[in-house]
Design a protein around this ligand. Structure first.
Ligand SMILES: C[S@@+](CC[C@H](N)C(=O)[O-])C[C@H]1O[C@@H](n2cnc3c(N)ncnc32)[C@H](O)[C@@H]1O
Length: 189
């Protein structure tokens, strides 16, 4: 974890604790677990990352080749963080926008979307915003498409997230993260 990323993140957390949702960036252990949740790269497909922040997960998505042929979209609504993502990851398509607008952001690439990876702090964002994001995720994914989300609530019942058209297919705990986290994987039905 780079000191500059950690400092930047801490500053964002002090300014906007509810929308930042974490005091420091995801560890590499958590990031790798998120990437595993996608279940492999599909040629010609598109993956969308929500709440990309400092790029801690983006880095491993790119390392695994998910950016090939401009097939990785990163959505981050903080202007400063998204500018840094654009600079650090020129092969990713970074949108300074809200996760409520996934379909607008990917545009004509919508039929290619097969997975969405989210670092959004769903437990601390406003309820109406979360409802719009979950509905957008369900609309953007095809049947069988995956949604990968982490939370710091290790005991959270995945059904409580509020999806209508997604089933829970896997969970992993990651203790080597501050704080420890769990990664849940859902599949569109
Ligand atoms: C937990 S942090 C990011 C974690 C990231 N994996 C990292 O390590 O840097 C969540 C991020 O989601 C962003 N965010 C919150 N609400 C959002 C929304 N509605 N749309 C897009 N990004 C959002 C915040 O600005 C923040 O950067």
């Amino acid at each position: 974890m780079k000191i500059s990323s950690t400092l930047k993140f801490l500053c964002k957390w002090i300014a906007h604790p509810m929308s930042t949702g974490a005091v420091c960036p995801s560890s590499r252990f958590l990031a790798r677990k998120m990437v595993c949740g996608v279940g492999g790269r599909r040629e010609g497909g598109v993956v969308v990352e929500l709440g990309a922040g400092t790029g801690a997960v983006t880095k491993y998505l790119i390392e695994a080749g998910f950016d090939k042929n401009s097939s990785l979209y990163c959505v981050e609504f903080d202007q400063g963080l998204s500018d840094t993502l654009r600079r650090d990851f020129p092969t990713a398509r970074v949108a300074t926008d809200s996760a409520e607008n996934i379909r607008k952001i990917v545009g004509d690439d919508l039929p290619k979307v097969y997975a969405i990876v989210s670092s959004l702090p769903l437990l601390s964002l406003p309820g109406d915003m979360v409802a719009r994001i979950l509905s957008e995720v369900e609309s953007a994914l095809p049947v069988g498409g995956r949604f990968v989300q982490y939370t710091y609530n290790l005991r959270r019942n995945p059904d409580s997230i509020g999806f209508n058209k997604m089933r829970h297919i896997g969970v992993s705990k990651v203790y080597l993260n501050i704080p420890p986290a769990r990664v849940d994987v859902f599949e569109k039905i």
